[in-house]
Ligand binder design. Structure first.
Ligand code: PR8
Length: 468
């Protein structure tokens, strides 16, 4: 892919995912095909969250007085908040923020809900739209001003250990989710200067995009007791004393769909993992005049058989050239295309094409085994797509030992560099400036030796890249 930015821009239109012509910067329209992909991705995520979290829905507007309460948090978002100041022609007594995220909408309510340790833990999530007046260059799905698919989980616990455990749970849920969608990632702990405003620390997932820059695709934050102190979320312990609760929050956004598109797409267009494909199989009847009935009778039955077995199937009977249909379905990224013509029916075969490898196979047709065959093939496609994507992320992650290799490697190859680091803010910021790169964060590892930049003893492994 020569020019990823252009490719990404074009594919949204060509595969009928989004219309970016909406007349507000940073806001786009989800088209039916895009919306379906979003729907199946959310379904996969919600199934994982629902095991141990409850879905809720909070209002979109936050009173200024609540938003302003947590000083560090509000500082982090002050440049990005949209304000509602009027109702009709009347000025509001207090201006209301369009939520940039929901801590300050939820936590005053948590304060009312939590009385004793019996009320804990609270583990809730919601999928909502949030608004951030981003000043960096906006791009559909990647950096938007209306995040239309903000899935945020918020939890409250009686102990620090439980909150730590929940951070691990959040990471595990996201790992499973990204694995299901065949989205590769590296996980690290963000440096102090880049953690979520108000959190103790932030764990982040980053994916290497085809152009070599990384995209932050999800974050898990340990909030400690900072917000509990601000919003007075306390509980009475066994000894009758009031204690501050420990909190976590974690979130994903529209970026997951961007990652999905970017991780697998190629020159022919989209390539969708079966779990999110609006149709997993498309059947193309090859119709010749005299044999039309025979072919359609066969393909109608095949369509019904697959559908009744839970395989999302579409038959494309449009009166246009078969070649044009192949081209379109390839561009839309459907995992499997089946072609059936009169001669295939005579030979008791069907032609099965897989989008991931481009392979074509003549398959003996047997009504009793075809469903099993297609299901296995879908599994195989998922697995193959996951392996390919993970391989890309691994191959573009380079351990580096000498300082002069940092900039050279990133500029030449893109991707993520790993090296030894002292963990000091001054040293990290010095590297960011010197080499025009970003410190993604640290990974726990047994390191020995010196920091690649300042020569002090190394404390951890650090991940470095250029970022979106
Ligand atoms: C929180 N509070 O808010 P976070 N466009 C698209 N995606 C975005 C954008 C944007 N402008 N900004 C952020 N994201 C916490 C956790 C509730 C939930 C995506 O955390 O600010 C990024 O992938 O880190 C980010 O990791 C995720 O939303 C969560 O946002």
């Amino acid at each position: 892919m020569k020019n990823f930015s252009q490719w990404f821009h074009d594919i949204l239109e060509e595969a009928e995912l989004m219309d970016a012509r909406y007349p507000i910067k940073g806001m786009s329209v989800w088209l039916p095909r895009g919306f379906q992909i979003r729907k199946y991705a959310l379904k996969a995520l919600q199934e994982l969250l629902d095991e141990d979290h409850d879905e809720v829905l909070f209002p979109m507007l936050i009173p200024e007085s609540e938003l302003a309460k947590e000083a560090i948090h509000v500082k982090g978002f002050e440049e990005e908040v949209y304000w509602v100041t009027q109702g009709g022609k009347r000025e509001l007594n207090e201006q209301l923020a369009l939520r940039p995220t929901s801590e300050t909408s939820m936590y005053p309510m948590f304060s009312l809900w939590v009385r004793s340790h019996m009320d804990l833990p609270i583990k809730v999530y919601q999928t909502v739209n949030t608004f951030r007046y981003e000043t960096k260059h906006t791009r559909p799905l990647i950096r938007v001003r209306e995040i239309t698919t903000f899935n945020e989980t918020h939890t409250v616990h009686a102990t620090k250990e439980e909150a730590e455990e929940e951070v691990k749970t959040g990471i595990e849920i996201y790992k499973q989710f990204f694995d299901e969608l065949a989205i590769p990632y590296s996980i690290c702990r963000r440096p102090e200067w880049d953690k979520f405003p108000g959190s103790d620390y932030t764990m982040a997932f980053d994916m290497i995009m085809p152009d070599g820059k990384t995209l932050q695709i999800g974050t898990v934050h340990n909030l400690g007791t900072t917000f509990a102190k601000t919003f007075d979320i306390t509980f009475e312990n066994d000894e009758g004393e009031h204690e501050y609760a420990y909190q976590t929050c974690y979130g994903l956004s529209d970026r997951v769909i961007a990652a999905l598109i970017a991780a697998h797409g190629d020159e022919k267009g989209l390539k969708l993992p079966p779990v999110v494909a609006p149709e997993q199989v498309v059947i193309i009847p090859i119709i010749f005049k005299e044999k039309e009935d025979i072919v359609l009778d066969f393909t109608n039955k095949l369509e019904q058989l697959l559908k009744s077995n839970g395989i999302r199937t579409k038959q494309d009977k449009r009166d246009i050239r078969a070649g044009k249909k192949y081209y379109e379905w390839e561009q839309r990224g459907l995992p499997i295309r089946i072609e059936v013509g009169p001669r295939d029916i005579e030979n008791k075969t069907i032609v099965v094409n897989r989008r991931d490898t481009g392979e074509k196979e003549f398959v003996d047709y047997d009504e009793t085994t075809i469903v099993e065959y297609i299901k296995n093939l879908l599994d195989d496609i998922s697995e193959n797509m996951r392996n390919e994507a993970n391989k890309f992320q691994e191959e573009k992650t380079y351990p580096v030992e000498k300082l002069e290799q940092v900039k050279k490697t990133i500029n030449k190859k893109g991707g993520i560099i790993t090296c030894n680091w002292c963990g000091q803010t001054d040293c990290g910021k010095d590297m960011e400036e010197k080499f025009d790169i970003d410190i993604l964060g640290t990974q726990d590892a047994d390191v020995s030796g010196e920091c690649i930049n300042c020569g002090n003893p190394a404390q951890s492994k650090v991940l470095i890249s250029k970022t979106y």
